[in-house]
Design a protein around this ligand. Structure first.
Ligand code: X6L
Ligand code: MG
Ligand code: MG
Length: 157
């Protein structure tokens, strides 16, 4: 549709009722066009912590990238996210993965999300939504053989 951009958001939770938190967050977003299956995923990076539930959603948005980022942060706050330990447990994390085919490099926002292509908890649900994204020019660094972290499909959100 003209005036809209296809963007992909990665959502993760490993504190509280993970599935319910992801449901509320995906339900609160306007213009969600596709929701991936839910994966239970081994934590990658940071401290020892519980397994995550991760999903990716496709949105058809009229927001610009910074407005969309602000919306993601609003959703995190709505779920009571408290930032203590870097890469530590969180009720909700919402990351802007891709925004059309734009590259954005500003102090507060980098798109594509840096290193997303190294992480199975992002790439597996993303490619479930659209396997043709393997050919996306901004995902050229993706190699399924070297992406890290075990993921197990749980089912629909
Ligand atoms: C070396 C050093 C290798 C750091 C990897 C990877 C750090 C990912 C942070 C890393 C490194 C992250 C989630 C998660 C986090 C999530 C799962 C991060 C930030 N978020 N693990 N770990 N799902 N499974 O949503 O992504 S913390
Ligand atoms: Mg994240
Ligand atoms: Mg984040």
């Amino acid at each position: 549709m003209t005036g809209t951009t296809t963007a992909y958001l990665g959502l993760g939770s490993n504190l509280g009722d993970r599935r319910e938190i992801l449901r509320r967050a995906a339900g609160a977003l306007d213009e969600v066009t596709v929701v991936s299956p839910v994966y239970e995923t081994d934590p990658v990076g940071g401290v020892e912590q519980e397994a995550f539930y991760n999903i990716v959603v496709e949105v058809e948005t009229r927001l610009n990238p910074h407005e969309l980022l602000a919306r993601c942060q609003e959703l995190e706050r709505a779920e009571g996210r408290v930032r203590t330990v870097r890469w530590g447990p969180r009720t909700l994390d919402v990351d802007l993965l891709l925004y059309g085919d734009r590259r954005i490099d500003t102090p507060d926002l980098v798109v594509p999300h840096p290193r997303m292509h190294e992480r199975n908890f992002v790439m597996v649900p993303l490619l479930d939504i659209d396997p043709a994204l393997v050919g996306h020019r901004l995902l050229a660094g993706y190699d399924p053989a070297t992406a890290i972290g075990e993921v197990r499909k749980v089912g629909p959100l």
